[in-house]
Each structure stands twice: as structure tokens, then as C-alpha cells.
Write a protein that binds this ligand. Structure first.
Ligand code: GBH
Length: 439
């Protein structure tokens, strides 16, 4: 079992959430986002649910911050909702901005470091109507929003990330159609794959020009394994690795786009993309690694990248994701190599798993999650023992919440939520963190 004292004094343990998944998107004068639109279109979300109420965190944030403090965590990674702050995508809703001002004050009052993510997928609908991530203007729209938010709460925020998981924003949402806006369109994908990075770089420069620091980027990583040892499967997995794990990291670190991904995407990138690569490589102060699982790819005779996903052999979570802590170790090593000599800090900004948690006699015995957490924190310790200076670890998630296209079924929280009553019940994993992190 890990303990706080096994880590350097400045190592931070935190929990992570995102606005649309917990707040309730219908409160506080928030505008509609493309997630409301997507979720309310039949067939997109398994249980037909949306984030309009979610965990009602908009009204229960004090109770939720108390849980984080009482769990002995140091930091809280949260996101601000663009659609709440700017319902029309351009002009500020004072009520929405005031909410985040109170929330950040609440963190500071409880001794928690606020770790801000400026965008975790709730794009204002009016901007989605203008093409969203396929429209190059999004770099300017987002930078205005970023400057407004950080201008208001940046004085109390410890660290700021631009976009959560560009792969999900671009590939999962424009190629796979699994998240808003639900497109399956290689041309839209090529534009989104480039514009997310252009937007990130533009916003970093804009916030720096305003004098802000501790600015970072959060990427998700997932081992891309070949389903068999055949040359075709190996080639497919390599293409997926380039799309998923290399595209954003290598471009942001100034190495350009990987050839294995350009092979399919280059014809669909916006014209003149090469001229943006320096802006995209604007240095950040820190890199966040999100990690959950491994995927297996099998070659198919279909459109590029000629792959389909097949289940792997390891034990799986509630939603079929393989549990593989070695993957976290491997991506920490890969990320450390990519940022070597650049003076950037490294964090694990998300790690977690869904399980079939139930409250029995007022308690939730989530032994599988406790093992998962021990193994994943262990993977961080292994990387640190080999000399990588990881600065923190954030558990996804504080609360069971709206799991996007999978609705309210999957439970990722270390605190159970009964959605009918909004009752919070700390799970065994919460109590485990509380003990491990006590001083
Ligand atoms: C994170 O994304 C998100 O930041 C967060 O909002 C979300 O709640 C959390 O994960 C849990 O999902 O079905 O085997 O092919 C993680 C990115 C991308 C990881 C898709 C799992 C699919 C695995 N995810 N991937 S599989």
C-alpha cells in the first residue's frame, strides 16, 4: 500500500471531474452546448440521458469540496464550461463566471490547489453551428474565452490546461462519431485534428501574453496493440498509435506530425497547415497524461486506417476496458522522453476505472477499484524509481457521473452518487486514499 510519505514533499494527489459530467447544464443561465444537442438526439447515448442535472454539483459544490478536503487530497482538477461562461460562445454570462469564482474561493478556503481545465467538451451550440472544430476561427474564439476565464480566476488557480484530450475532441467525435458532434467524416476529422492543436497553441500564447504561467496540455494515451502478430494487424496498430498517442504529443513538442498518421490524414488537413506548426509547438509548462486502458486492433479491408477494435485478453472493467497498469508506466516513460530537456513538468492528470458499485448497509466495497488504484499508483512509483520526476497523480473521478455516450450506468467515482436523491456515499477507495494521504 502506498503512503504520502513514499513521495517527494511537493508531489500532489488530487481528484478530477469535468463540468458537463457533474454540474447540471440547465442551471445558472448556461447556454446549450453541442453535448446537449448530441445527447438529445436519439441513438447517441445508450440510456438516452444528458448532463442537464448530472450530479447537481452546481448546487452541491460545497459538499463536494468538503469531500475532497476530508479525503486528504491536495488538489482538485475541475473544468469550466464554455457554454456556461459564454452561452452564445462570445459574451460573458456573469452568473456563470460568478459560479467559478465562488468555486475557486471554496477550494482555496479548504486548502485545495485549483487545477483548471478550460475545455472538457461542452462547446457552445452557436459555435458548433458555425462548424465548431472544423472552423479555423475556433482558435480565436477559444482564446477569448480562455483569457476571460483565467483573467477572472487565474490569480487563485495553481495550474491551467487548455483542452482535455484532443484525440477525443477530434478523432472520437469527428471520425468515430462516438461523441459530439457525432460525425463520421474524414474531411472534418482532418480539420479538427489540426484545429485542436492550433487552438491549444494560440490560447497558450494569448494567456502568456496576459502574464499567466503554469500553463499545460492534457493528452490521453492508450496502448495500441495488434490483435495478432500478422503484418497487417501490426501496421494497423502502428497507424492507430500514430493517430492516438503520437499526433498531439509530437506536434506540440515541435517534431511535426508522424508519417504513419499523415499517410491517411494529409489530404484532409486544412490548406497551409505547415505554417501553423511553430505556433502549435509553443512551449507549455507542464504535460498531463491521462491513461485508462489498452486497445487491440485487427486489420480490415475498409477505409484508412483499415482497423477494427477487438477485445483483449486481460481482466476488464464494468465497461470492458482492459486493466493494465504497465500501460501507465509505459506512457509516463514515453512522455518523459518527449519532454526531456524542455523543463516541463509531468503529471498523471487522469487514471480510473468503472465498476458495478452498490451501496450495501451505507458502504461501497469497491475492492477491484482499490486494487486498480494501488497498481496504477505503483506504476507511477516505478517510473519515479527509474528517475522520472512525476509531480502528481489525479484520480478520475471524485463522483460517479455522466459518462458521456455511456450515460449514467458506468461508475467511475471514489464517491458513489444515488442520482434519485443526489446522496453521496464515500466508497472503500475514497477511504483508502484518505488513510494513505493523511499527514
Ligand atoms: C476520459 O477519457 C475523459 O477525460 C473523462 O471525461 C471520462 O469520464 C473518462 O475518460 C472515463 O471514460 O472501449 O476499450 O476501446 C478517456 C479516453 C477514450 C479512454 C476511449 C478509453 C476506449 C477504450 N477514453 N477509450 S475501449
Amino acid at each position: 500500500m502506498f503512503r504520502r510519505s513514499d513521495f517527494p514533499d511537493d508531489f500532489i494527489f488530487g481528484v478530477a471531474t469535468s463540468a458537463y459530467q457533474i454540474e447540471g447544464s440547465r442551471f445558472g443561465g448556461a447556454g446549450s452546448s453541442h453535448w446537449d444537442t448530441f445527447a438529445n438526439t436519439p441513438g447517441n447515448v445508450v440510456d438516452g440521458s444528458d448532463g442537464s442535472v448530472a450530479c447537481d454539483h452546481y448546487h452541491r459544490w460545497e459538499e463536494d469540496l468538503n469531500l475532497i478536503r476530508d479525503g486528504n487530497f491536495d488538489a482538485y482538477r475541475f473544468s469550466t464550461s464554455w457554454a456556461r461562461v459564454m452561452p452564445d460562445g462570445r459574451n460573458i454570462n456573469a452568473e456563470g463566471m460568478d459560479f467559478y469564482d465562488r468555486l475557486v474561493d471554496g477550494m482555496v478556503a479548504r486548502g485545495l490547489k485549483p487545477v483548471l481545465t478550460l475545455h472538457h467538451w461542452d462547446l457552445p451550440s452557436p459555435l458548433a453551428s458555425l462548424g465548431g472544430w472544423t472552423n479555423r476561427d475556433i482558435a480565436g474564439w477559444f482564446s477569448d474565452y480562455a483569457r476571460a476565464v483565467i483573467g477572472r480566476i487565474g490569480d487563485r488557480v495553481a495550474m491551467t490546461a487548455t483542452l482535455n484530450e484532443p484525440w477525443c475532441i477530434a478523432w472520437l467525435s469527428h471520425f468515430m462519431g462516438a461523441h459530439a458532434p457525432g460525425l463520421r467524416d474524414i474531411r472534418a476529422t482532418g480539420r479538427a485534428m489540426h484545429h485542436v492543436l492550433l487552438t491549444h497553441g494560440t490560447a497558450i500564447q494569448a494567456m502568456r501574453a496576459d502574464g499567466h504561467d503554469n500553463l499545460g496540455m492534457v493528452l490521453n494515451f492508450e496502448t495500441a496493440a495488434p490483435a495478432t502478430d500478422s503484418a497487417a494487424d501490426r501496421k494497423g496498430a502502428e497507424a492507430q498509435d500514430a493517430i492516438y498517442n503520437r499526433w498531439f504529443l509530437e506536434a506540440a513538442m515541435g517534431q511535426g506530425y508522424p508519417a504513419e498518421a499523415l499517410a491517411g490524414l494529409e489530404p484532409h488537413l486544412p490548406e497551409g497547415w505547415q505554417q501553423d506548426m511553430d505556433l502549435i509547438a509553443t512551449p507549455v509548462d507542464w504535460l498531463g497524461v491521462n491513461h485508462y486502458t489498452r486497445a487491440h486492433y485487427h486489420h480490415i479491408c475498409g477505409p484508412w486506417p483499415h482497423t477494427e477494435m477487438v477485445p483483449g485478453p486481460l481482466p476488464k472493467t464494468q465497461i470492458g476496458w482492459e486493466m493494465r497498469p504497465d500501460g501507465l508506466y509505459e506512457f509516463i516513460m514515453r512522455a518523459a522522453k518527449a519532454i526531456e530537456g524542455k523543463g516541463m513538468k509531468l503529471y498523471v492528470t487522469e487514471s480510473g476505472m468503472a465498476w458495478y458499485d452498490r451501496v450495501v448497509d451505507g458502504a461501497v466495497a469497491d475492492d477491484v477499484r482499490q486494487g486498480y488504484i494501488r497498481d496504477h499508483v505503483g506504476a507511477v512509483q516505478r517510473a519515479m524509481a527509474e528517475g522520472v520526476d512525476v509531480k502528481g497523480f489525479f484520480q478520475w473521478s471524485l463522483l460517479d457521473n455522466y459518462e458521456w455516450a455511456l450515460g449514467y450506468g458506468p461508475r467511475f467515482g471514489i464517491v458513489h452518487v444515488d442520482y434519485a436523491t443526489q446522496t453521496r456515499t464515500p466508497k472503500g477507495s475514497y477511504l483508502m486514499f484518505r488513510d494513505a494521504l493523511s499527514r
